[in-house]
Design a protein around this ligand. Sequence first.
Ligand code: ATP
Ligand code: MG
Length: 564
Amino acid sequence: MTEAVPPTPTSDFVRDEIRVDIEAGTYGGRVQTRFPPEPNGHLHIGHAKAICVDFGIADDFDGRCNLRLDDTNPDVEEVEFVDSIQEDIAWLGYEPASVRFASDYFEQLYAWAERLVEQGKAYVDEQDGETISAQRGGYGKPGIESPYRDRPVDENLTELRRMRAGEYPDGSRVLRAKIDMQSENMQLRDPVMYRIRHSHHHRTGDTWFIYPTYDWAHGQSDAVEGVTHSLCTLEFRSNRPLYDWYLAHLPLEQTAPKQREFARLELTHTVTSKRRLRALVEDGIVDGWDDPRMPTLSGLRRRGYPPAAIREFCAYIGLTRTNSRHDIELLESFVRTHLNRTSQRRMAVLRPLEVVVDNWPSNDDGTPYVDHFDVVNNPENPDDGTRSVPFTGRLFIERDDFAEVPPPKFFRLSPGREVRLRGAYLVTCTDVEKNDAGEVTRVHVTMDPESRGGTAPDGRKVKSTMHWVSAEHAVDARVALYERLFSAPIPGERTGDAMDDLDPASVELLDAKVEPALADTAPGEVVQFERLGYFAHDPRTPMLFHRTVGLRDEWANIQKRAAR
Ligand code: ATP
Ligand code: MG
């Protein structure tokens, strides 16, 4: 499958600033970014935006982008997540210049912490977390200085070393930067740098009893790696002065990196928080992190989203400085456009109704005659060629495509009505069979032998063309149809809890009859079921298909409505 190159974004405030930095030689013309996920869950569509920003900007400026796993919290991190994060980034089409871990820098961070202590810029506080946070105050509420704030340097150093040596229990002490307890910015009110945790770490094992906080680790790791532009989401805006403060107090060999913030990606009907996604998995509401209803990259992959469509979407929404929520239909529109170009067309009947062609011929030996039609695989790409589809006197059509008593404007099959079976014959309904409950179980038709290929020589018109599958050749398949996992556009808006908007019926499993060529669909391949939508072959379970998106462009409708 060939993938389109994402449109090169013209510009945005981050790229503009980088151009200025290049011009001014701030970093000697270098551009380096990083993507810094915490390995405490699987990546989601929000992370895809950050990945496209971090890797995309590095690409645009011939720079480099590292993957840095922010593994500073040993209690929640797992190797499983480290692996899946790398898999997801590769799937999205990016390759880190280097894979790093914040824990690679634990020694350096510690050495720098001692240095701050020696300079009287950090101290060990023995108060408990509650007291410390109460003393921090708030907006318009003064901070209260800790009684440990003016400890002598020697004592601080001894205490810090004993913390590191594991001599103290969890929570009994922290190392704090000594900045300004009256700062307007709460982050600068003597932030915590180290906390004590007697926990096993997935990489450093049992060597550490203290772990750095996000703020103490992040900018310093950036500096060690040579990052020039450290891009993150808006909620870190108020951390920026602290980011700068730490770097300004360290003996760096090169110009300090700069943090810049952009808007988070939020989508309607979607939650993008690892904590909530984890709850869905742990509560058994979905069938794992890669359930096709999940907005995780592994879920979207299994659902059949092409990575190029995700990249194109991210490029289209671009980088902005205010948070907003995008319609999920916009993302789906990119997916649909991409799949329209690339996917093979197939016929599948999701809710089969049997059709008997009463005037279908038999072979001389009495077996039913089998006709074959060459059908175009992808009208968007002639190189995809054609395939041969068998047709016999016993077929399946979609139950919805038949009505014994047609409602107004129903032009599909009904008694006395002639329709086209796509690419095959014109048929007219002559009779129906029913069960004791009065349900139609079988439909009888006659075909016009002159209409082979789907048109009658007299050129008469029919109002409907329907897909079909030869019953004798049909292959069984399971098809999963999905609704939105969260029925409300803004999950949680109503009650404050997104879980209240969960749609328990967001998946419907059907036993379908599909054309034989579908048995050759590769794992993970996405095909178009004619008239129905795009469907992804499950990567693990043969003949299980997930509906990726329907055929109708709902985004176009939303725009039309908005224009009115
Ligand atoms: P979550 O709240 O889901 O746990 P997080 O921000 O804690 O997300 P991290 O693993 O720390 O997740 O994030 C790695 C990077 O991805 C960060 O730079 C973060 O800003 C970015 N990121 C996370 N969520 C989004 C989002 N919805 N849109 C854009 N970027 C995001
Ligand atoms: Mg986080």
